[in-house]
Design a protein around this ligand. Sequence first.
Ligand code: ADP
Ligand code: AMP
Length: 218
Amino acid sequence: MMNVVLLGAPGAGKGTQAATLTKQLGVAHVASGDLFRRALSEQTELGLLAKSYMEKGELVPDEVTIDMVLERIRQPDCAAGVLFDGFPRTLSQAKALDERLAGEGKTIDKAIYIEVPEEALVKRLSGRWICRDCQTPYHEVSSPPKVPGRCDVCGGELYQRADDTEETVRERLKVFFSQTLPIIDYYENQGKLLRVDGDRDIDEVSSSISRLLQTERA
Ligand code: ADP
Ligand code: AMP
C-alpha cells in the first residue's frame, strides 16, 4: 500500500512516468487534469466550470478541485494506493489531502519532484500529443507514436491540447512557480521529498525514480 505524489511543472513528464510507475507500484493513477478534461468532454457542470480556468492556464478553485479528487479516491481501485498526478497544486490542496488520508489511517508516503528547466518544458508542451481515449502522452520528436496520429496503447486518436500553446504554457508555468512550488517545501519538511533530474531520456528518468523508491522502501 503506497500513496505517492508526482510533482513537477507542466510538461515535466508526470503523465509519462505515471504510466510505468502505476504498474510497478500496483496503484491507481489519479490525474486531476485528466478528470477535468473528461468532465469537459462530457459537458458536465464541473467540466463547464473548469473550462474557463483551464483555457487561461489558471488553477481551478481549490474547493471544486479538492471535492473532485477526494470523491475519485473513494472508488475501489484506489484502495490499494494512489499515484497522484497534478494534484495537489496548492498548500490547501495538500493539507486537505493529508487530512482525508489521516482520517482513514493513511498517509502520503513519498512525493517525487521531477525537475526540468523552463525552456525544455516549453519545447515539450508545444510538441505534445495526447490520446483522446486513454490520455497517454506522446511527443512528436522525443516520444512519437508507432503509427502517426494513433495511440500505441489503445489505438485512440491523438490530439493537441488547447492549453499547450506557447502563451498559455507561459501562464501555466508562472502559476506553477507561484502557487505550486510552496508544496515542495511542505513535503520536504515532512521528510517525504525525492528529487529527480527530469531533463534526461524518459527511460533514464524512470530508472532513477524506481531506484529512489526502492532505496527508500528497503
Ligand atoms: P506532464 O504530465 O508533467 O504535464 P507529460 O508526461 O505529458 O508531462 O510530458 C510532456 C511532454 O514531454 C510529452 O509530449 C511527453 O511525450 C514529453 N516527455 C515526457 N518526458 C520526457 C523526457 N524525459 N524527455 C523528453 N520528452 C519527454
Ligand atoms: P494538467 O493536465 O495537470 O496540466 O492540468 C490542466 C489544467 O487543469 C490546469 O492548467 C488547471 O486549469 C486544471 N487543474 C488540473 N489540476 C488542478 C489542480 N490540482 N488544481 C487546480 N487546477 C487544476
